[in-house]
Unconditional design. Structure first.
Length: 272
């Protein structure tokens, strides 16, 4: 048992980290995320299996994404992760104004589908494929219109617009919720919190937007841009936090191949 962390991505106590490192498997049932920490990275590297249940509710244990047939979706999730891996150019757009390009050359794709082997971890109930952009390669505009399930923001009342230059967010605009995000990141006093760390694509047909991170980012056809820490996803950045900015209706092209069109997964292309 550990005292709750004061913020997301804070390392667990050394005793907890040592126990994780020595374990065959661990369940991370926490209010503040420890997913993007050296403790998780090192435990998995040593062969542990991990399942992450951050910011869970009793309802999430019974209804929603948890009802998915995780093994049956696994092949599609793995195939999508493989399509993202190593892409020279990935282009993300949405009718709400998102227009972001980045490179994933040399980067692995991550398939998170709730079933883990030795040396793997997954979040649950989200099912997602993601990739970590090369540091400094992302440029354009991110418009989150669905959810930012952190620091009391949750389901969005209005869009949050982020301008990105050379791999980092340089401005955050919008209403009350955008101000909450902007002020929280400023208080971190860490330039790495603005790093474009991840692009993930939700694949769970049972997930729904409710303001809880692992439910929201799993919504089938949604896309989230993770900012901050990327070390557990294949990147090199450790920041004071890792937050996800979630959008709907997006289109994703990887080296010209359309993987998601207007919020609908192109399953035939992904499995080809």
């Amino acid at each position: 048992i550990m005292e709750p962390r004061t913020q997301d991505s804070q390392e667990p106590p050394k005793e907890i980290a040592a126990a994780m490192l020595a374990s065959d498997g661990f369940l991370s049932v926490v209010g503040k995320s420890i997913t993007h920490t050296q403790a998780v990275k090192q435990a998995v590297a040593s062969g542990a299996r991990g399942l992450v249940l951050t910011h869970f509710s009793e309802e999430m244990m019974v209804h929603g994404g948890i009802e998915a047939d995780f093994p049956s979706i696994a092949p599609l999730c793995k195939a999508l992760a493989a399509k993202l891996a190593g892409s020279k150019t990935i282009h993300l757009t949405s009718p709400h104004g998102t227009d972001l390009t980045y490179s994933a050359v040399g980067r692995r794709g991550n398939a998170l589908y709730g079933v883990v082997e030795s040396g793997q971890f997954s979040t649950i109930p989200t099912i997602e494929a993601n990739v970590s952009p090369l540091e400094g390669s992302a440029n354009g505009t991110i418009v989150a219109n669905a959810s930012i399930p952190y620091i009391g923001i949750g389901v969005l009342e209005e869009p949050v617009v982020c301008q990105v230059r050379d791999g980092k967010i340089i401005s955050i605009e919008g209403g009350r919720q955008a101000q909450l995000l902007r002020e929280d990141l400023e208080k971190k006093n860490d330039p790495n919190v603005y790093n474009i760390a991840e692009m993930g694509m939700g694949m769970n047909p049972h997930c729904y937007f409710c303001g809880f991170m692992l439910e929201d980012e799993g919504v089938e056809g949604s896309v989230h841009i993770g900012i901050g820490t990327s070390i557990t996803l294949g990147g090199t950045v450790k920041a004071a936090c890792h937050y996800d900015l979630i959008m709907t209706g997006a289109t994703v092209e990887a080296d010209g191949v359309v993987l998601l069109k207007d919020g609908v997964l192109n399953k035939e292309t992904i499995l080809a």
